[in-house]
Design a protein around this ligand. Structure first.
Ligand code: FES
Ligand code: FES
Length: 177
């Protein structure tokens, strides 16, 4: 018997794929080429695989692909591109919140989820919102600064001018590094 078909709209593009019922959404996304969605732990602990599923941030390693049948999915790459980054992605680059870049796509998703519901969060609220996203490199200080910078820019309290680009920052923030 052939595998049942699942319909996933990912970053605005519809995919219809036959998948075994036990395939996780993370695996399906990466197999379809959305490798900006990172595979860090596969047990819901690290947040690297976070995506928006019908507007809600979820860890895609904890969702069966068939549970997402008919859903709209947005990954980090669906928020912005290297040429046209989302203000949150730009803020991560500008604040030096990216080292290896592995955690960054999931951090960006969680940051957007936070700022959508709370445009002016306190440091405590930022740390709480990102508590499900692990980073091995930065020590979190620059990530908190990046979220604050993004919040300031999105609320018009800061301007993204006068910055010095870092090597590979756009590839890393886009999840392509
Ligand atoms: S890979 Fe999904 S939470 Fe770590
Ligand atoms: S920048 Fe390396 S894990 Fe966060």
């Amino acid at each position: 018997m052939s595998d049942p078909v699942v319909r996933l709209t990912i970053n605005g593009r519809l995919h219809e794929v036959a998948l075994a019922t036990n395939v996780m959404l993370l695996t399906a996304l990466r197999d379809l080429g959305y490798t900006d969605v990172k595979n860090g732990c596969e047990i819901g602990e690290c947040g690297a695989c976070a995506v928006f599923l019908n507007g809600e941030a979820v860890n895609s390693c904890m969702v069966l692909a068939h549970q997402a049948d008919g859903a709209e999915i947005v990954t980090n790459a669906g928020l912005g591109t290297m040429k046209d980054p989302h203000p949150i992605q730009e803020a991560f680059a500008d604040a030096g919140a990216i080292q290896c870049g592995f955690c960054t796509p999931g951090m960006v998703i969680s940051t957007k989820a936070l700022l959508d519901r709370n445009p002016d969060p306190s440091e405590e609220e930022i740390r709480d919102a990102l508590s499900g996203n692990l980073c091995r490199c930065t020590g979190y200080g620059q990530i908190v600064s990046a979220v604050r910078l993004a919040a300031d820019r999105l609320t018009g309290q800061s301007d993204p001018e006068d910055r010095i680009p870092l090597a590979d920052e756009q590839a890393k923030v886009g999840g392509e590094a």
